[in-house]
Design a protein around this ligand. Structure first.
Ligand SMILES: C[S@@+](CC[C@H](N)C(=O)[O-])C[C@H]1O[C@@H](n2cnc3c(N)ncnc32)[C@H](O)[C@@H]1O
Length: 482
């Protein structure tokens, strides 16, 4: 075995030169065999019975070879019976520190040399991509992606497009949970907000399943909107809803607000204009056992806002306990059956005894959600007079008066509307969003509007922020007759 005589001050000593895969700058079709390399390594030979004692000696700290998928301790590679080799980080004897050297002389059978074979599996994504992509800056390397179930999606810069299939294949190889890698194209469906995408590696299977907020979601990622980065925002809003709330999600997508809110005991009216979103929201309603708590609509958001208050007043929900969580179901199954108490099962509706104790579902919507940040602010005028049709309902008038005047401020709905702004400072962002919201609502909103809140959701681009504006719908708007 020949040991090269290079020297280096890097952590791997003389081995540093070998600690990268062979370079194949410009490779566009992945050839995994091109990444093999023999690394000359010095090992310490010891009797098998002494491995534990020597390995834990402080003189070996930081000296043992530590590479992914390479064993640091192996049987003798020279067929010496009962002998083990501890592989060191060095390829030349003179690079072994003196303290380690003393230990070797005192306690071991001496040194051995071998060539450790490294290959494609030993290098990580960045190391492989660094070896093929023409760049000198390692933070330029396009190795990051977002996963949506089994699909990894990337946003490759133009310069990497000739290498996209290779990049996709490396990502797929190195991440066992993935089955598909897609590159998002620049085009986004203007109305339904999903991306055009190209599969760059793996199965052409866009139907994905994932968990969020203790719910399971399945959908066709190429036909509907989904963004896992909104997970915290979904949670934040759902946490605001008390159990037994009545919530209307105007742009509900496949249900990331609607399904978990229903599962936690709210009654939810979920709407979306994209028939494909509606189809998957229905599927997710079944999957998560919230059929009794979630009603689904396929309307333009403006139409939904104008009509839904009357619709739910006339057809209120029936009281229904949310489906028990899987954990609760298991606990219930374990409990001994007592007289009059039925065991909860996965598929059966909650017990009649429990339902009778449930409070009546509200008939007046308490929260409107509008997550279409590109244009939701321009839907606000639809709230003008949205409660007016209720004044023609006898039972409404009997309870709340001819003009709805007995409806308290707290009984008016909260509106949670999302919007983008190019203003990067909070004060200016607030001013911008309040102005656009007030103009469209045709009613002045300000920081002193009842229950006003402005929440920064995330930075979408260097000069584009996403906010959620929350406010109590003004009575003058809800009952406006002009
Ligand atoms: C940004 S996505 C949000 C989806 C979901 N609420 C979420 O948080 O992931 C916006 C949704 O609005 C729907 N949409 C677009 N225009 C609409 C309209 N005029 N009326 C109702 N929904 C609309 C789209 O189909 C899409 O599902």
């Amino acid at each position: 075995m020949s040991v090269p005589s290079s020297s280096s001050s890097q952590p791997f000593g003389a081995l540093a030169a070998f600690m990268r895969p062979p370079q194949h700058i410009g490779m566009q079709t992945l050839d995994r065999s091109a990444f093999q390399r023999d690394v000359p390594v010095i090992s310490i030979a010891i009797e098998a019975s002494k491995v534990g004692k020597i390995r834990s000696n402080p003189a070996l700290r930081g000296q043992v070879l530590d590479l992914p998928k390479v064993k640091p301790i192996v049987e003798s590679q020279n067929s010496e019976k009962g002998i083990r080799w501890i592989r060191l980080h060095v390829s030349r004897e003179e690079d072994i520190p003196s303290e380690t050297r003393e230990l070797i002389d005192r306690e071991t059978l001496g040194l051995r040399k071998e060539n450790v074979q490294l290959g494609y599996d030993n290098w990580n994504t960045s190391e492989i991509l660094c070896a093929v992509l023409p760049t000198t800056k390692s933070d330029d390397i396009p190795s990051s992606f977002t996963s949506t179930g089994h699909i990894a999606h990337m946003n490759l810069r133009e310069e990497w497009l000739p290498y996209r299939y290779l990049i996709g294949q490396v990502i797929l190889d190195k991440n066992p949970g993935l089955r598909t890698v897609v590159n998002k194209l620049d085009t986004i469906h203007a109305q339904y907000r999903y991306f055009d995408m190209e599969v760059i590696a793996g199965d052409k299977d866009y139907i994905t399943t994932l968990n969020e907020s203790n719910c399971t979601f399945t959908f066709d990622f190429s036909r509907v909107y989904w963004n896992s980065r909104l997970h915290h925002e979904h949670e934040r809003l759902i946490d605001l809803f008390k159990p037994n709330s009545l919530v209307a999600d105007v742009m509900a997508g496949v249900g990331p607000f609607a399904v978990p809110a229903a599962k936690r005991g709210s009654y939810v009216l979920g709407n979306d204009l994209n028939p494909e979103s509606v189809k998957w929201m229905r599927e997710n309603r079944i999957k998560n056992h919230v059929e009794n708590n979630l009603r689904i609509f396929e309307q333009h958001g403006s139409e939904f806002i104008r009509t839904i208050a009357l619709e739910v007043w006339r057809n209120p929900f029936k009281a229904s306990a949310p489906a028990p969580s899987k954990r609760k179901q298991r606990e219930e199954r374990k409990k001994p059956e007592t007289l009059g108490v039925t065991t909860l099962t996965n598929s059966h509706p909650p017990q009649v005894e429990e339902e009778q104790k449930l409070p009546e579902p509200p008939k007046i919507i308490q929260h409107f959600i509008m997550n279409l940040p590109d244009s939701a602010l321009t839907f606000l005028h639809s709230y003008q007079g949205c409660f007016l049709p209720l004044l023609n309902e006898e039972d409404f008038v009997a309870k709340y008066g001819m003009d709805g005047g007995k409806l308290t401020d707290e009984e008016l709905p909260m509106v949670h509307v999302y919007g983008f702004t190019k203003e990067m400072e909070l004060d200016k962002a607030q001013e911008d969003i309040l102005k656009r919201a007030s103009d469209d609502l045709r009613h002045p909103l300000s920081t002193s509007t009842q229950d006003y809140n402005l929440h920064h959701v995330r930075s979408v681009a260097p000069s584009k922020d996403m906010y959620c504006l929350s406010f109590r719908l003004p009575r003058q708007v809800a009952f406006n007759s002009v």
